[in-house]
Design a protein around this ligand. Sequence first.
Ligand code: GLP
Length: 240
Amino acid sequence: MKIIVAKDYDEMSRKAADFIINFMIEKPQAKFGFATGSTPIGLYEKLAEAEKEGEISFKYSKSVNLDEYIGISKENDQSYQYFMNENLFNKVSFKEGATNLPYAPEADEKYAKEYDELLDKFGKRDIQILGLGPNGHLAFNEPYEKLNRRTSIIKLTDETIEANSRFFANKDEVPKYAISMGMEDVFNANTLVVLANGKNKHEVVKRIIEEDTIYPEFPASFLHLHPNAYLFVDEEAYNG
Ligand code: GLP
């Protein structure tokens, strides 16, 4: 894994954006995997700016997303669909139907199967963007004894409900279930661009760098198995 340390959040977002911009200049028909969460917001802003400046265009790109909450509508401002619309899709020139997110109105595995079919047709992504849960989750692949290979309905851990409650009025409003790509799907990309910033990500970054074992109770440890993973961090996440 290659680790890129930036001085702060803005520089981390800049470095990751430049990496992606350079790739898109070579390959405008790039296939992306996008992530949600607060971490990639700066990156998405910079990508939208780059399109505005005429450096890149998303017109020929397409995308899939990692995950989505279950039990809130797509229009809810906490849904990942809403997040993607606000932070990227409404600002750039993706063609109608070029972007995809999983969606499950209820916790039923049939929606996971549907997304797997979509992923199989979509094929290998060029770049998968990833954030890190403070507990080491990737997408919503939570630390458990076993990790899912393919898209599944996930029962969120208390830790994740707690961590994500900052975006909701209170903890009770955080959905208890989500639909998420499995580990095989997350890794089905030529390049992984993983982002982590701030002190609350120091522990997880430290564990990724220092631990030399790979185990499902720490999904982020599997990043070491990907041949082309880049970890962009700021100094706070790197040094604590
Ligand atoms: C959520 C998402 C993850 C994301 C994580 C970190 O739980 N499912 O894909 O990486 O949060 O979020 P943040 O970037 O806000 O710290």
